[in-house]
Write a protein that binds this ligand. Structure first.
Ligand code: HEC
Length: 124
């Protein structure tokens, strides 16, 4: 029995649909819903700002709440315009959604130097 063209098309369509769903499933695992601000900070900020890092060591308790707010409002974009994730061909600012940035900001502000629970990003 030979495979007719329509059948081939249908299986192709099914295959691409599967791929599409897989892509969604994979990218879904890194969205803001499933990641806390802390995880996002570890993943997206700590990579360049851990102890001894050339870009400066920053954890939530490096700055005060006001300083973080000002940073997210005015400084994040200009300071990171050219920041590419180490080992990845992707720019930091293109990787983060506005929701993820909000979550990171909340984590930083909630654990800033003058917050109730100052925290380094490695602290539990
Ligand atoms: C790819 C590396 C990289 C990543 C990822 C990164 N940074 Fe930076 N960051 C830098 C560099 C480089 C500078 C210094 C920029 C300059 O001096 O112009 C900087 C500067 C800063 C500063 C000081 C800015 C100032 O002007 O006072 C803070 C605070 C900061 N980053 C926080 C963060 C946060 C929060 C994240 C995560 C959302 C982050 N960084 C992600 C590389 C990175």
């Amino acid at each position: 029995m030979s495979v007719t063209k329509p059948t081939l098309l249908v299986s192709l369509a099914t295959a691409s649909l599967c791929l599409l769903m897989l892509t969604f499933a994979l990218s879904g695992s890194t969205t803001a819903q499933s990641k806390s601000g802390k995880d996002l900070y570890k993943q997206n900020c700590r990579v360049c700002h851990e102890k001894g890092s050339a870009s400066g060591e920053y954890s939530p308790m490096s700055l005060t709440q006001d300083q973080w707010k000002i940073f997210f409002k005015n400084k994040l974009v200009p300071a990171h315009k050219n920041a590419s994730m180490p080992g990845m061909n992707q720019k930091l600012l293109e990787m983060l959604t506005p929701e993820q940035l909000k979550a990171i900001e909340k984590f930083a502000v909630d654990h800033a130097a003058d917050s109730e629970q100052p925290q380094t990003c490695s602290g539990e």
